[in-house]
Design a binder for this molecule. Structure first.
Ligand SMILES: NC(=O)c1ccc[n+]([C@@H]2O[C@H](COP(=O)([O-])OP(=O)(O)OC[C@H]3O[C@@H](n4cnc5c(N)ncnc54)[C@H](O)[C@@H]3O)[C@@H](O)[C@H]2O)c1
Length: 333
């Protein structure tokens, strides 16, 4: 099997992609960051020689690398993704795919016109607890779902002195996209959302720092997302899935999950506690899945359209909280 040559761009959160690619066994052909200090730090940490370190990503467009990972501020996802796709490089880009419909559309177009593959890093689809939840649903253990809820609670008090305070980077899109994407993956596409928001905790941003949205997925299936980026607690993505035959309570930061099932009469049995690995940034699995799609000509589950649909729901939630009206997410790109 060909060894993939990888360039990793953005050396903060993007260092997790270096580790993911290394775990998989790819060759780290280049590290890139426009900030020399961050570049040097990562270069030394991963023992990447100076000639493979770049401050300008454009220098990588004409090299023989196969894959780039893009972990730069969200507003730049469009530019870098489109340029590398046009250069024929496979792109693994961080979430959220983009912040506006125009940018989402541009990335989808570049993906459609390229021979290369594109993946948006919706990492929750590789979180062990959520993978297990998906498996229990698919195996019918929970019966038919009727209510799904997920929350993204993460204290951004020290994270909003930069591009995260961009008015377009509403917390529901920036971080809440994890919870929205998870529910879309587990329960399908919501057809209508209705949301409320409050702004009490993060004075440095212009958008709400807490939002609750209820959702209608289809006949007899509803959901809820709660996003709090000002919360006073540890990071959590507590998720509860209610089905006609059972209920599952899980989290990306807990070593156990709770499963309720029923006896022959449909009565709830004693809860089972299931152990689960805590790995809320499973970059190794994420990279391995993308590499498999590239090398074995498989479709990418979270391609640009899929990433765009998740942002479409987030945009609908933001609009609903602003207007006080229900909104139907627009999935047509
Ligand atoms: N999947 C997750 O859970 C998760 C977690 C954190 C961040 N992210 C995403 O990762 C991306 C980066 O976030 P972060 O927290 O690392 O941000 P950050 O601001 O801490 O770091 C960004 C890095 O990219 C560099 N950079 C910026 N523009 C560049 C360019 N044009 N070329 C080369 N380098 C450039 C900066 O110098 C910096 O080192 C964002 O899209 C964010 O949403 C995802």
């Amino acid at each position: 099997m060909k060894q993939l040559k990888v360039a990793n761009i953005g050396m903060k959160f993007g260092m997790s992609h270096v580790e993911g690619a290394m775990q998989y066994g790819a060759e780290i052909a280049a590290l890139c960051d426009c900030n020399e200090e961050n570049l040097q730090f990562a270069g030394e940490r991963y023992n990447i020689p100076a000639e493979k370190r770049f401050t300008d990503y454009k220098a990588l467009l004409k090299t023989d690398i196969d894959v780039v990972t893009v972990a730069v501020p969200d507003r730049q996802h469009r530019q870098l993704s489109c340029e590398f796709l046009r250069a024929g490089k496979h792109v693994l880009c961080e979430k959220p795919l983009a912040l506006t419909r125009e940018d989402l559309q541009a990335i989808i177009k570049a993906e459609d016109e390229s021979e290369a593959k594109f993946m948006v890093g919706q990492i929750c689809r590789f979180t062990p607890a959520f993978e297990k939840a998906k498996q229990l649903i698919d195996d019918g253990v929970l019966g038919d779902l009727y209510f799904v809820e997920s929350e993204y609670a993460h204290d951004y008090m020290k994270l909003c002195d930069n591009w995260r305070a961009d008015p377009l980077r509403h917390g529901v899109i920036g971080g809440g996209c994890h919870a929205v994407d998870l529910l879309r993956w587990l329960a399908g596409d919501p057809q209508e959302v209705f949301a409320y928001g409050t702004h009490r905790l993060l004075p440095m941003v212009s958008y709400d720092d807490a939002t609750v949205a209820v959702m209608k997925f289809g006949e007899n299936l509803m959901g809820k997302v709660f996003v709090s980026t000002g919360c006073k607690r540890d990071y959590t993505m507590r998720t509860v899935i209610y089905g006609t035959k059972g209920t599952l309570i899980c989290d990306n930061t807990s070593p156990t999950m709770t499963l309720f099932t029923v006896d022959e009469e449909g009565v709830t049995k004693q809860a089972q506690t299931l152990p689960v690995e805590v790995n809320n940034h499973n970059a190794g699995k994420e990279f391995a899945v993308f590499a498999d799609a590239i090398l074995n000509e498989k479709p990418v589950l979270t391609d640009a359209r899929e990433g765009a649909k998740t942002v479409a729901v987030c945009l609908a939630i933001v609009e609903s909280a602003k207007t006080g009206k229900p909104v139907n997410p627009d999935y047509v790109f």
